[in-house]
Design a protein around this ligand. Structure first.
Ligand code: ATP
Ligand code: MG
Length: 373
């Protein structure tokens, strides 16, 4: 096993800067998820670690080796591609065994590993089939299995579940988590799915426009996003963002917008730079927008008048889309509470769970718990 470290890594394709000055340290045995929207540089970053793409600048370390000049086969990494390719003329068994045969692993050992991995990925019945006789999801699992049997120092996985249907996706996700718990192999896993990122990663690195926005554990990322991009990307439904101003009076510090009037708790009110009149974005997650009358009554300092615009019942919970003045907020509520569209109601935000962002820099005002790698 090995630690992976990127130091000031940049990748340019002509004028396009796909990856910009990335510093990232993945600990030995860690499951690190790279997450971000399409085109943010995830695959490029992974391909540079694998050696399939040369870094324009910076250093890439695997274990205690600087690998920039090392060809892919000498890096002891196994990569599962976003667009994987299986050998069409080989059956599933041979596809999975191929890498081991090339490295002259004894026959019996190959057989044991292939059957074990095939079993854990639900491929045991398909070992004699050719790739063209498989569904897309089955092929994807063969590509995964082929990487897993190699027992490399590092797994690099680029959206390996993207071709699976929803149910199989969740199932294979659990299988990969179990596998990581058992093997403890350092893994860098790329996805654009924030649920996958949250459930799989020991830590998550959020990328945007080729830059690392924040590296943190799932809970840190959720509770202490470093900026509006991370705050909006992690969490569903999205965090509510409301634009307004800071007001100071003898009683303390408030956030005022068209629809909200929130007395800020000491934790936030004491932050430097909250001068009277300063423009601000308030962020609050849907579960911290309350509509239950008893709870709203207890939060007089942050209650507001709203109208229900849309109701989305999901069974275990409901989302209420609220209009408050010109502001729009989503609230996550208990499904047994009955609301009607057009109905006015009193709602409140939990002031202790509010985030403040600078509207220009989009950075969070509270210092996040963990920023860097
Ligand atoms: N070979 C290349 N030549 C030129 N530009 C490239 C090349 N490969 C990638 N890019 C550009 O680099 C940027 C990052 O691409 P990359 O494939 O790393 O994104 P990604 O985060 O993996 O996106 P997706 O989620 O869609 O797979 C994009 O703007 C892309 O167009
Ligand atoms: Mg990609």
């Amino acid at each position: 096993m090995a630690r992976v470290e990127l130091r000031h890594v940049t990748k340019r394709f002509g004028p396009v800067e796909a990856v910009r000055d990335v510093d990232l340290r993945v600990e030995d045995g860690e499951f690190m998820v790279l997450v971000g929207p399409s085109g943010c540089g995830k695959s490029t970053l992974l391909r540079m670690i694998a050696g399939l793409e040369e870094a324009s600048e910076g250093e890439i370390w695997i274990g205690d080796r600087l690998v920039n000049e090392l060809p892919p086969k000498d890096r002891d990494v196994a990569m599962v591609f976003q667009n994987y390719a299986l050998y069409p003329h080989m059956n599933v068994y041979e596809n999975m065994a191929f890498g081991l045969r090339m490295r002259k692993v004894p026959r019996q050992q190959i057989d044991r590993r292939v059957r074990e991995v095939a079993e854990s990925l639900g491929l045991a019945e398909l070992l004699q089939r050719r790739p063209r006789e498989l569904s897309g999801g089955q092929r994807q699992r063969v590509a995964l299995g082929r990487a897993i049997v190699r027992e490399p120092q590092v797994f690099l996985m680029d959206e390996p579940l993207s071709n699976l249907d929803a149910q199989l996706r969740v199932q294979t996700r659990t299988e990969l988590i179990r596998l990581h718990q058992r093997l403890g192999t350092t893994t860098i896993y790329v996805t654009h799915d924030q649920v996958e990122a949250m459930t799989m990663g020991n830590r998550i690195a959020v990328l945007h426009h080729g830059r690392v926005q924040q590296v943190a554990t799932p809970v840190e990322l959720y509770d202490h996003p470093a900026n509006m991009f991370v705050a909006g990307f992690i969490g569903s439904p999205q965090m509510n963002f409301v634009r307004g101003r800071i007001e100071r009076d003898e009683e303390g510090v408030r956030f005022r917008s068209s629809g909200l009037d929130v007395r800020l708790p000491a934790r936030l009110a004491e932050l430097p730079g909250l001068r009277h009149g300063r423009e601000m974005v308030l962020g609050v997650r849907p579960e911290h927008v309350l509509t239950e009358p008893e709870r709203v009554a207890a939060l007089a300092g942050s209650a507001f008048q709203a109208v229900v615009e849309v109701i989305e019942p999901l069974g275990a919970e409901s989302y209420l889309h609220l209009a408050a003045g010109d502001d729009r907020l989503t609230a996550r509520t208990r499904p047994d509470l009955r609301y009607r569209v057009g109905e006015p109601l009193r709602a409140a935000v939990e002031p202790e769970r509010v985030h403040l962002f600078d509207p220009d820099s989009q950075e969070a005002l509270a210092p996040p718990v963990a920023r860097a790698a």
